[in-house]
Design a protein. Sequence first.
Length: 258
Amino acid sequence: MIGLQLMAKTFFERLAGRFDFPNNYTVIDIETSGLSPQKNLICSIGHTIVRDKKPVETGMSYLNWALELGVDQEQLIYDLNKVKDAMERKGKQLLHGYSVLKEKGRPPRVVLNEYLELFEAMEERNEIMVTHNGWAFDVPYLENAISRWVLSTKNQRFEFNEELVYDTGAITKASQLPLDSLFSPLPAADESMKDFSLRIARYRAAGVYWSLDGYCANKFGLMEKAGVDASQAHAADVDTLLTYYLVEAQREMAYGRE
């Protein structure tokens, strides 16, 4: 166990030579009706805004797709029930069911446009967005949803900057891989954070774990730090707060206690 801890510490120390951990960043998380950005829908978006390494705002918006005439409501209910069944088999709760979206949700185009404005302002400031498994999941979902529901009338497509998204899921996975292997677990000098994260996401290794509410929460005590319990996991706002504490734990391994 000590050997693995030293390996991870060495990984983060080397990572800091390629990626400067920012003091100001915004964590984003989404919950969806399935696994396909093209077929399924974003049901909630959460955020935690961090300034000087401290969380200053955590919030979440549900998207009420019952307000969109172009959405097949029966299919949405069916998809959400499938997600609910899958989560319950793992002992987890679905916190963004159809009735919740109708009761607490706002017009999807309004919510997506608000986050588009946030993302554009962040990019102007060169500010990092943090996600957990974001390049493989959250990012394509957000790019597809914003392009379809907000920018489609302008014939435009939204894309995130390849260097401005820090994926804690990919990084957690990479930190458990041998540093001296031919498959380098660190970003190459000419490799974008997007390409690096997707390369790591595709790599399969036995005994390597990176789930936020399982492996990461247990290893770094994320739920205790955030003051939440397992029943609140998979709420988009709570997951952004857990991810914030994960970033700070990774920062400490990279630089030591500051």
